[in-house]
Ligand binder design. Structure first.
Ligand code: ARG
Length: 383
């Protein structure tokens, strides 16, 4: 850009200044992305994914748009959540949906459908002034970053310090997946499945680095990366090298279907982590928190989800998928009254948010958002 052009851009000052900055999950929230349900698809079969909802019109092997009334209801809850955040002075950006029913391809593969632009937390990882586009590991989600490009482009234009990064786009050839994984895995007993989870011997091979952003929990200088059905050891290794100023830990839990860390091990404020007691942490992880004077609190059981799990691939543990507005204030799904009581007992102000209709679109209040700006700086909470 020439000096002249620069001057004229500055004079017009068309874009409101923004600042990308977020180091953890609890500092006061200033700016956030909230996903949209629009156009979400029960995605076509692919090596990593099996959607099997015979009772809800999508038996194994079939695919297509989510029912219209479910999409509308989810969008209402997402929109009113976005309004609630705005009313508290938090700036909100939204993704731009594409036609997710379209067939996509790379030179290596073709996939009959995409997925959607919920949940954004899976796709984008904010660390300090950097927003990193994850590799993703489903073919149906390979192009999902496109829904966020308008937001990322405008952040890039308005924040001169923003670092915009993308992890290496994966090939996702058949060699990235264990052949026949689901057929075998589903016949194993609990113990055998958990052994495989602990060894991260799941559907992904180690052919290339793969990770979803939502497998990363941010605690300032410490980043905890869950090895899962969508994050492999090479994905962890890539993240470790990409963030040389951080301590990056690879962790697992006793969860037979590990998929995103934010319904399992949830930072609430410095010194306090909420834990889903049905998914045990390793003794090493518990010790690491204990020797650093962190309290690990087991969450109460989720409320009943009745029929709201239709077409959902999430569990009722979306209850603990919380969004901090600041270190003392938590957005909690409105029906999770017992959890809200537990959190009040721990000293939090609770903001109830109706959000159950969003679950079939991939998540709760944390999944449905991505931090763009929180106050605060990089700190070491495990000195
Ligand atoms: N796999 C989690 C559960 O159902 C849900 C986590 C969803 N998180 C997300 N970022 N999409 O327990």
């Amino acid at each position: 850009m020439s000096t002249l052009e620069r001057v004229s851009t500055a004079e017009q000052a068309p874009v409101e200044a923004t600042r990308v900055n977020s180091w953890n999950g609890w500092d006061p929230l200033r700016h956030v992305i909230v996903g949209r349900a629009t156009g979400t698809v029960v995605q076509a079969p692919e090596p990593a994914v099996r959607r099997d909802f015979p009772e809800d019109g999508f038996p194994l092997g079939t695919w297509g748009p989510m029912p219209e009334e479910m999409t509308a209801e989810a969008n209402e809850q997402l929109d009113s959540f976005a309004r609630l955040l705005s009313s508290r002075g938090i700036r909100v950006d939204r993704p731009t949906p594409l036609d997710f029913t379209q067939r996509v391809s790379t030179p290596d593969w073709e996939q009959e459908s995409m997925f959607g632009c919920m949940p954004p937390r899976d796709v984008l990882l904010t660390v300090g002034n950097e927003i990193l586009e994850a590799t993703m590991s489903y073919r149906s989600r390979w192009f999902e970053y496109l829904a966020y490009r308008p937001v990322l482009q405008s952040l890039f234009e308005s924040d001169p310090d923003m670092r915009w990064e993308a992890a290496p786009k994966p090939r996702l050839t058949d060699e990235s997946y264990v052949p026949g994984f689901w057929d075998t895995y589903n016949t194993l007993g609990l113990g055998e499945q958990l052994d495989k989870v602990a060894a991260n011997d799941l559907v992904l091979t180690e052919k290339e680095p793969l990770f979803d952003a939502a497998d990363v929990a941010r605690f300032g200088k410490d980043l905890f990366v869950q090895l899962s059905l969508v994050t492999n050891r090479q994905g962890y290794e890539w993240l470790r090298r990409h963030f040389p100023e951080h301590r990056v830990h690879a962790i697992t839990f006793t969860n037979t279907h590990p998929l995103h860390i934010d319904a399992t091990w949830v930072p609430l404020r410095p010194g306090l982590v909420l834990h889903n007691g049905e998914r045990l942490a390793t003794p090493e992880l518990v010790k690491y928190f204990e020797v650093n004077d962190w309290e690990v609190v087991e969450a109460v059981q989720p409320a009943s989800w009745k029929h709201q799990m239709r077409l959902s691939f999430c569990t009722p543990w979306l209850s603990v998928n919380l969004l901090n507005l600041d270190p003392n204030t938590l957005c909690v799904e409105a029906e999770e009254v017992r959890l809200a009581d537990q959190l009040v007992g721990l000293g939090f102000d609770v903001v109830p948010v109706p959000f159950r209709a969003v679950a079939p679109f991939g998540g709760g209040l944390h999944c449905a958002t991505v931090d763009i700006e929180r106050d605060g700086v990089l700190e070491d909470y495990f000195p």
